[in-house]
Design a binder for this molecule. Sequence first.
Ligand code: AVI
Length: 320
Amino acid sequence: MTVPALRPAPRDISSDPFMADVLAGLSGNPKRLLPKYFYDEAGSQLFEEITRLPEYYLTRTELKILRDNAPAIAALIPRDSALVELGAGSATKAKIMLEAAPQISAYVPVDISAEFLGSEAAKLERDIPRVAVYPVATDFTKPFELPAAPRRRPCVGFFPGSTSGNFEPHEASELLRLASGILGHDALFIVGADLAKDASTLHAAYNDAAGVTAKFNLNLLARINRELDADFDLAAFEHHACYNRERGRIEVYLASRKRQKVHVGGKTFDFRAGETIHTENSYKFTVKSFSALARGAGWVPVAVYTDSNEHFAVYVLKQK
Ligand code: AVI
């Protein structure tokens, strides 16, 4: 008797946005993958490593700007406010604001990872007991409602890390407009964004000597192999990052080292030698260009803080 081989049930593409996005991205010409998929557990850990690299000036510079200017920023924040952080990371940056502004009585971390939010919220409540924490587990790029208690307070949005730079300018503008609706009337919005600068500093920040950014980029293929049963040979792809001055952005790619075929979700994708997958853009702004973006989305800059090298900027925006 022959026993039929057990085949895994085919994945339902329509109910799996990751599979659908990967298949669509690899079917395009040029091929691309969405940067939001960098951040599985391994990717998030690699990003944490990136933030500590000597070449990656962004995180350390933004932290210094926040520490140096927290009292001035705090002076702009009304009594009994709620700090609403979009894409809450480890809450290190929020803590700087919460400690400098005792008039903030609530903190609303918004993040797609419920598990991560739960543990960070408990830690923060222990560290700063006067602040009530209301975690919201959702994708902050889509409309959502704040919990009732913080919604009744004046809201201060918090969007550090230059995350807006990973969106296309029209998407970043939509996101700022969406935040305006979520935060309500007269809200403030504290946003960190990387500044345009010399190409060599930017190039080094995305091509670190230890190769952590390359690992972070390649982890996207490893994740597709793990989760979508694909067969990317990681050794057959390499990390490329370059500054496109005309478009004011770092462009990140994975380049195929040879002619090859890759299988994902029952489909075959052909790669020419040298063919790239575009995995990320990281836009760099001047104070003028970011202010124009903010104005177009219904915000007016009321203060801008930069470091002495003018590498990074933190904006305090107010609703128009
Ligand atoms: C999260 N984001 C702001 C980072 C950046 O600098 O654009 C992601 C990153 N990609 C490579 N290195 C860091």
